[in-house]
Design a protein. Sequence first.
Length: 92
Amino acid sequence: MKVTSLLNERIVISENAFVEMVVWGIPKSLKGSDHFYKYRLVLVVNQECVLRYDNEPGKGDHKHLGSTEVEYQFSTIEVMLEDFWNDVEALT
């Protein structure tokens, strides 16, 4: 299995804010994650990343709220997107 693009979208929310969502299907889970996805979901406001969900080898699933990084409990892509949009709504 190769890396497959599952989602690649940029959505303008307002004149000074946008969301970018990128999700790939990967053949092997990343160290620290128990699923076969690599993802990056971001909210940028006034050219500054104020929210980011991502997973990195060794760090696993987590999210950034401004400069604070917290663990994120991944279950499914659908739930993660819902959680992300709930955070976007709370921040905009």
